[in-house]
Design a protein around this ligand. Structure first.
Ligand code: FES
Length: 569
């Protein structure tokens, strides 16, 4: 077998001499005849969830060496969800593009992808799909459970909950601040079933992680053992020429959607899976999520929809135990990166704690998944996660209270004179991919203080942005097209009646057709849309697609493969 890297290193001509000479580094004499395996590492001090990945990379390196390959650590763009402004989602496509290009440009035969925090696994998988080199993911794993006043803290979810308690007057600000040092107990990503946990598990269900590894807590020594094994597998992948394009099919995405529903995972997985599918040319649509996922029971009792945290999930049996319960719903033909079907790994996957992972006969909820809504407010679709919503609000008519931007929302939401009641529908626009830019996690708007004080804990909210995977509430999000792309959300006015009917999969505004057709967005609405002058933001706003197809850039869809370009000298 001829290695891709041989196009740099083989031969006795001047250019091969140059490529080899600079990379000798004291390696063995046959180093350039062996598979060159990159370790795309998103470790960064500014991505605290991934900071430990350098230690994980060392175990991957050991495994690669042991299997006869040459490990090459490659720092790639990293995105810390809690730090990056205006939102890490603005940079997901940039990270994917940079990783894809740097892999293609280098003498690399395969790659191990190290990610954790929300956008890092999606961007790595998008890159791997587009460069189509043999690739396997090692998820960095969740952090251990921290406690405050003797009670476990779910990161993200409990930040929202405690801050609402402060606003409702049932928790002092001093106590709230004291909880801060207990929120992040250890290395690793958020410990709820937020986006990071969801994407690690979904990546395993897709087949891109060695089965049984995702969800291993970051400080657990078994993660290093798994990293070592995965390094060895990466060398085998090169020999077998097992690239993402050879085993990721619609069946793989089917299994990912079943998993997303059964674990009660984050709505963010929808845009990420659509984007990954778009890179592979797999015909995945928004409606597939509803069609495949809605009949799947929720079996995992984790925050934000439930009680427990990822440490409990791993102890209870992890993803394979969940998948064994829904085995009949999985596509048996979908193969994993090991070459074997996912369902091959489910025979010996017991549930050790049925409180955390429910059996099929006693689910947390009979129907999970993500409902896809359409209507005159969202012609190309919007999402709601029924499991995170209040059952009494799933069918609701209410008067819209409209905010043109996040700043407008924050300036007015707690105004005692704001004309809002518990039946109102809060509408926030200008938060889609183009409008913000980057589609931030703002859709789970905090409730007006005066309603919180009256005991209101949920309201219908509608937004063209996303919400954190750790959030909850009756939130209609990812409205497409967004207001800034000419979507009808831009036309809604305070006082319009909005009709939500999740069972009928509808979200409509009740305005007479003639009046609706005559409306145009007002200046207050359009002046808030992003209009960057230069740089990535300009490129992004000009080329980003809408949420219903994954919010990738139009020119990044598909794959350019691993073709080696002309030489540099
Ligand atoms: Fe990194 Fe939550 S902030 S996973």
């Amino acid at each position: 077998m001829t290695l891709r890297s041989a196009q740099w290193y083989a031969g006795d001509h001047r250019n091969a001499y140059i490529h080899r000479a600079w990379m000798r580094r004291g390696g063995p004499a046959d180093a350039f005849d062996r598979p060159q395996i990159a370790i795309a590492n998103t470790a960064s001090d500014l991505t605290p969830c991934n900071a430990h990945l350098t230690e994980v990379a060392q175990s991957v390196k050991n495994g690669i060496y042991e299997a006869g390959g040459i490990p090459l650590e490659l720092p790639v763009v990293s995105l810390g969800e809690t730090q990056v402004r205006p939102t890490a989602m603005l940079w997901r496509n940039m990270a994917a593009m940079a990783t894809e290009e740097v892999l293609r440009a280098n003498p690399v035969d395969g790659v191990v992808l190290l990610g954790g925090c929300d956008k890092t696994i999606p961007s790595l998988l998008m890159a791997a799909a587009s460069v189509d080199l043999p690739a396997v993911v090692v998820p960095g794993g969740p952090m251990l459970t921290g406690t405050f006043r003797g009670v476990p803290l779910g990161c993200g979810t409990d930040v929202w909950r405690l801050s609402e308690e402060v606003r409702a007057g049932s928790l002092s600000n001093e106590q709230f601040i004291r909880s801060e040092s207990a929120m992040i107990r250890s290395r690793g990503h958020c410990n709820t079933m937020g986006t990071a946990s969801t994407m690690a598990l979904v990546a395993e269900a897709l087949g891109t992680v060695v089965p049984g590894v995702a969800g291993t807590p970051a400080p657990d020594s078994r993660l290093l053992e798994a990293a070592h094994r995965t390094g060895g597998l990466a060398v085998e992948l090169v020999t077998a020429d097992r690239r993402p394009g050879t085993f990721l099919t619609k069946a793989s995405f089917h299994n990912a959607i079943v998993t997303l529903a059964a674990i009660g995972g984050s709505t963010n997985a929808v845009v990420h899976l659509l984007a990954i599918a778009g890179r592979l040319g797999v015909d995945l649509t928004l409606d597939d999520f509803d069609r495949i996922g809605s009949g799947v029971p929720v079996l995992v009792d984790l925050q934000p929809a439930g009680r427990f945290l990822m440490d409990d999930f791993h102890r209870a049996g992890g993803l394979l135990a969940v998948l064994r319960e829904v085995r009949d719903l999985l596509d048996p033909d979908a193969r994993t990166v090991t070459g074997r079907p996912l369902v091959d790994y489910l025979d010996d996957a017991p549930i050790w704690d049925p409180e955390v992972i429910r059996s099929r006969t006693s689910p947390l909820l009979d129907h999970g998944g993500i409902a896809v809504l359409r209507g005159n407010l969202a012609p190309r679709g919007a999402l709601i996660k029924p499991a995170a919503a209040s059952p009494h609000l799933l069918k609701h008519r209410g008067r819209a209270v409209v905010f043109d931007s996040v700043e407008d929302f924050h300036a007015r939401v707690d105004d005692p004179d704001l004309d809002v009641d518990a039946d109102s529908v809060l509408v926030l626009r200008g938060c889609g991919p183009k409008g913000y830019p980057g589609m931030p996690e703002v859709a789970n708007m905090p409730l007006p203080k005066k309603l919180l004080e009256r005991g209101v804990r949920d309201m219908v909210r509608v937004c063209d942005g996303r919400m954190s995977g750790t959030a909850y509430g009756t939130v209609v999000l990812h409205v497409a097209p967004e207001a800034a792309a000419g979507g009808p959300l831009a036309l809604v006015r305070t006082g319009d009646v909005i009709n939500l009917d999740v069972e009928a999969r509808r979200i409509d505004v009740e305005v007479p057709d003639e009046e609706w057709a005559a409306r145009t967005p007002n200046d207050a609405t359009t002046s808030g849309y992003a209009n960057p002058r230069r740089g990535w933001e300009r490129l992004y706003v000009d080329h980003v697609l809408q949420a219903d197809t994954g919010a990738d850039l139009d020119f990044l869809l598909g794959s350019s493969g691993s073709q080696v370009s002309r030489d540099s000298h």
